[in-house]
Design a binder for this molecule. Structure first.
Ligand code: 3H9
Length: 688
């Protein structure tokens, strides 16, 4: 065994050289991995005893791509291009042995090998698009040459990880090795190559063509999904180049577009989000060995939309759920909705009927709170009323077994106060699911004053198990997500009174990248949610719309008018009502620029985020970004509100907030933290 460098070994198995990479956690192509590969291949090619070369990785995976943390830094060591040229031009057959995932630059390394062998559990993919990038090491030119333009379009714009069996069928992998016996399989394959004098196949020598219509159709079919993103379109252009240009010309197109993306703000945002999604699970102050409470059964109080959606999360992963209601009718309705949801999923082919029954078999209903005595986790999901919640928690305190977690799904109420209704506040926590709870990825885990570390750690782990992305937040009105949303809503409403029409505000936020603006959202949800017919405290525009039976999409009209296909049109009636309200309050309506709309809806959110950090209600700025991306449709290519603040520049954010403060008052007053960072020329990302 000869060490090439700290992460690479070169050994001989008879006449087969084996280069082994070992660079945890994922063998990413950091500079010493590239160096090791370069020197390893050089040595193996030079060694007269070696007739063929196998590249294999230790640990849980083959090379998972370029080292994302190295982007933007100075290049050092051998370049990936040099490594690839050395491999591809090797006079001895090179075989890549793949387990785990061969992703991005990792697959691009495998694609310059002459052959690829994988275990059945392995997966291959070019997921660069999810980092706002395209494969920048020849992948855009090589993949289509193997799998054809259509499959390449699908793989590269979705970033999917394709299972080895499918790779074999597509020709991306040449042979499967027995699970757990990759090295033996790859070495045997290398011997076969030698014995049968199989050719040194270079993917670059192959050809690919496609009907131009394929690209036009693909763009059209995915226009909605790709809206706002640069990377999918750039990936498509590279595949077009592969189909129309000689290999080296295609590579030049790839290089140019890759450089544009890697130096741009979208990719910076998406790379930041990649790390933010992993950071969010790390809770300072909670030791790794904190005791985890085994959760084998879950009780849910309330079989409404929220309770039912929450239940499905646990049923989906095989955890039995008992759901409690006060009336048989409500219970039956709730259980029926869950069944219907599963059956609809089955109709779409994403569940089998056996799976539907399996999941429903884990669900029981009851009218007795006492039936939760054996639940390890109890989640209260009833309407937002402090007195009622306290009563429920008081009862639970007597019913629940020792050590059970008592969670509330409140989105608004003070969990510290709810906890006072029990004798075990350390067991009480907020689990704020977002509607629809079986679909939305975000979970705000709300730590109250006395919540124990075990309860927090268990909640985070459970969130991961049910496929959520969880952010740990503190108790404050609206927690993180809704607290910031209030700022945006406040200004959206204010600007409507000042002269911007709802569709102006919606358009600006839609163009920014949100799936829809706040008024379109209200129309979708229904304007009568929380509608209080008692207008003695003053009537709002929304009240008036409801009175006119303009309650949103469901009544064919709300802020907007809708046609029979639910296409929204600006409404003269709404405009008239707004003008009348403005006149009543003596306001002069004026033209409001798109820039002002954007600044007044977004900058107060950034400011509120800073206050949340000051108060310690979120652990780090990137956690806030995770909340907004996963719970509120913030466009991932803008990295979340805090990252966006950084890209605008915090000094500019402060300057604009002060400008509005001088005109409209202290709603816009910059927080101390924001002022401090701006004065020091820092970003939220620089906070330690
Ligand atoms: C690329 O290749 C560009 C080229 O085309 C062009 C070159 C010129 N770099 O996800 P996990 C860390 S772009 C640096 O929790 P899992 C990760 O942060 C790249 N670090 O594990 C985490 O660190 P920590 C294309 C990376 O088992 C730890 O590894 N490739 C990288 O759930 C464990 O990660 C990709 O986009 C990286 N590339 O999933 C693949 N990857 O423990 C990105 C991971 O400190 N990676 N880390 O928090 C993945 O999709 C998953 O990590 C993987 C493992 C599926 C591999």
């Amino acid at each position: 065994m000869a060490a090439i460098n700290s992460v690479t070994d070169l050994t001989l198995d008879g006449d087969i050289a084996v280069i082994t990479l070992n660079s945890p956690p994922v063998n990413a192509l950091s500079f010493n991995v590239r160096d090791g590969l370069f020197e390893g291949f050089k040595a193996a090619i030079a060694d007269p005893k070696a007739k063929a070369i196998v590249l294999i990785c230790e640990g849980k995976t083959f090379i998972a791509g370029a080292d994302i943390s190295e982007f933007g830094g100075a290049q050092k060591g051998a370049s990936l291009f040099e490594v690839q040229t050395m491999m591809e031009d090797s006079p001895k057959p090179v075989i890549a042995a793949i387990h785990g995932t061969a992703l991005g630059g990792g697959l691009e390394v495998a694609l310059v090998a002459h052959y690829r062998v994988a275990v059945p559990s392995a997966k291959c993919g070019l997921p660069e698009v999810n980092l706002g990038l395209l494969p920048g090491a020849g992948g855009t030119q090589r993949l289509p040459r193997i799998v054809g333009a259509e499959k390449a379009l699908e793989m590269m714009t979705s970033g999917s990880h394709v299972p080895a069996k499918q790779c074999l069928a597509m020709g991306l992998v040449d042979s499967l090795a027995e699970e757990g016996k990759l090295l033996e399989g790859a070495v045997a394959f290398a011997r076969k190559v030698l014995e049968q004098s199989m050719p040194l196949k270079k993917v670059r020598d192959r050809e690919v063509t496609a009907d131009p219509q394929v690209f036009a159709d693909f763009r059209k079919a995915n226009a909605r999904k790709f809206r706002g993103f640069l990377a999918p379109e750039y990936n498509i252009q590279c595949i077009e180049a592969a189909c129309t240009l000689p290999f080296d010309e295609g590579l030049k197109v790839e290089r140019k577009l890759f450089m544009e993306l890697v130096t741009g703000v979208q990719s910076a945002a998406q790379r930041y989000v990649f790390f933010a999604e992993r950071q969010v699970w790390k809770i300072p102050g909670i030791a790794d060995d904190t005791a985890i409470i085994p959760v084998a059964t879950v009780g849910i109080i309330g079989a409404g939309t929220m309770g039912g959606g929450i239940a499905m999360n646990f049923l989906n992963v095989g955890i039995p759920v008992k759901i409690i209601e006060t009336k048989q009718e409500a219970l039956d309705r709730g259980l029926g909705v869950i069944r219907k949801n599963y059956e609809n999923t089955a109709k779409r082919g994403r569940l089998t009927l056996e799976q539907v029954e399996e999941r429903m078999g884990l669900l029981t209903g009851s009218l007795e709170l006492e039936d939760l005595a054996d639940s390890d986790l109890i989640i209260e999901a009833i309407f937002e009323n402090m007195a009622v919640k306290k009563e429920v928690f008081g009862k639970l305190d007597k019913i629940a077994k020792a050590g059970a977690i008592l969670a509330t799904n409140t989105s608004a109420l003070n969990i510290d106060e709810i906890a006072t209704a029990t004798t075990r506040p350390e067991a009480v926590i907020g689990l704020h699911f977002f509607s629809p709870a079986n679909v939305m990825r975000l979970l705000e885990v709300v730590r109250a004053d006395k919540t124990s570390d075990s309860v927090i750690a268990t909640s985070m782990q459970l969130a991961k198990k049910i496929g959520k992305i969880a952010a740990l937040v503190g108790v404050c009105p609206g927690f993180v997500g809704n607290r910031m949303l209030f700022q945006r809503q406040n200004q959206a409403q204010a600007m409507v009174m000042e002269g911007a029409m709802p569709w102006d505000i919606d358009r600006v936020l839609y163009d920014f990248g949100f799936p829809m603006g706040p008024f379109a959202m209200s129309d979708l949800a229904g304007l009568d949610i929380g509608w209080n017919k008692d207008t003695s405290k003053g009537e709002t525009i929304r009240d008036r719309l409801c009175e006119l039976d303009r309650r949103g999409q469901k009544t064919g009209a709300g802020y907007y008018d809708y046609d029979e296909n639910r296409n929204a049109k600006p409404s003269e009636i709404t405009e008239g009502i707004i003008k009348e309200f403005a006149a009543k309050t003596g306001r002069n309506q004026r033209d409001i620029s798109d820039e002002e709309i954007l600044e007044r809806t977004i900058f107060p959110m950034i400011n509120e985020g800073a206050k949340i950090l000051e108060e310690g209600k979120a652990i780090r700025p990137s956690d806030i970004d995770i909340v907004w991306i996963n719970g509120y449709g913030w466009p991932v290519y803008r990295g979340g509100p805090m990252f966006y603040g950084d890209t605008v520049g915090l000094a500019k954010v402060v300057e604009r907030l002060k400008h509005y403060q001088s005109q409209m008052g202290d709603f816009f007053k910059p927080s101390a933290l924001l002022e401090k960072l701006a004065a020091e020329g820092k970003r939220f990302q620089d906070m330690k």
